[in-house]
Design a protein around this ligand. Sequence first.
Ligand SMILES: Cc1ncc(COP(=O)(O)O)c(C=O)c1O
Length: 385
Amino acid sequence: MPIDFNQIPSPCFVLEEELLRKNLELIDSVQKAAGCKIILALKGFSMYSAFPIVKEYLSGATASSLNEVKLINDFMGYPSHTYMPAYLDSEFQEILERSSHITFNSLSQWERFKSRVEAYKAANPEKELSCGIRVNPQYSEVETDMYNPCVPGSRLGVTRDKLPHELPAGVEGIHFHTLCENGSDTLERTLEAVEAKFGDLLHQAKWLNMGGGHLMTRHGYDIGKLIKLVSNIRTKYNLEVILEPGSAIAWRTGVLSTTVLDVMDSQGIDVAILDTSFAAHMPDTLEMPYKPVIRGAEHEPVVGKPTYRMGGMTCLAGDYIGDYSFEKPLEIGDKIIFEDMIHYTMVKTTTFNGVNLPSIGIWKASQEFQLVRSYGYESFKDRLS
Ligand SMILES: Cc1ncc(COP(=O)(O)O)c(C=O)c1O
């Protein structure tokens, strides 16, 4: 049964439970076949009302801040795999208490915090806690510099020349993250670079975290190759392998449902003003940038069809995306449904211009809508003082 968006508040992020489960089933089959652990990267998807579903399939999650660590502890019941480019003195005790794995971004970070790690381990011998170091293999196929952690000047990870021949005592894991929405062929080439540079250290490590960016739920992704690559590296170096995708988990699992508030002519261009904002609700559309798919609309203008630019409701002149063609002229009250709006959206929203945050809901497998949360003045006010 298609979702009746007229029964759903607007704007609203609508996660489809069945689609999320489908992704998780596939990911679970990969981790079982490859003998690795696949965990959720909260930076891409932190909708904690869905964590009980995620937890049915995945046995962990990764955080990049103390707040994400807390969300993992509170709503999944797991200690976190934690990586931050730099830790705060004031937060580190809680990071220790709440994590099972802590990855350091540099040797100086490790040197700075290692005595606290050692003291904590000595006082809590029963607690599972393993530390790792993030490396930069200086190989990435990501074309947008904004998402490429290997560009010269990158602050993310240690290059080979900065590492000794032996892993520092107490460092048991190696972590790299250099993929972004890539296929397993990219992983294959990346692993060649990682092995060429860090192969000696892989032999000494207990675990290897291959970061995120493995878009295994995208149609056409070569899953067999991924399973083979992970199995090979796991057995070759006798390692526990961890993958921490965000996008792959929430990939195409839901939409942002919005409504047309006004339709106008602007110097010969037809514009629809929506009750959403590209800048505040879908910032990647402007940052990446990319043009999101609208359900039922032609992605590129078609001569002869009613064609509109989609405008946000903020006063930012550039808060628009376009143009799209429709079967019939748009009218006030029409629904505009943006596809694939669950990952890297909710986690990035702002109340810029005082716009409300979109509601968050789940279209349940039972074909019922569950409104999880709506936001108003308080959410705007709470971020200011
Ligand atoms: C260290 C790290 N791990 C995992 C991820 C998740 O990546 P993705 O959502 O592309 O799978 C990211 C994304 O930036 C990251 O920086």
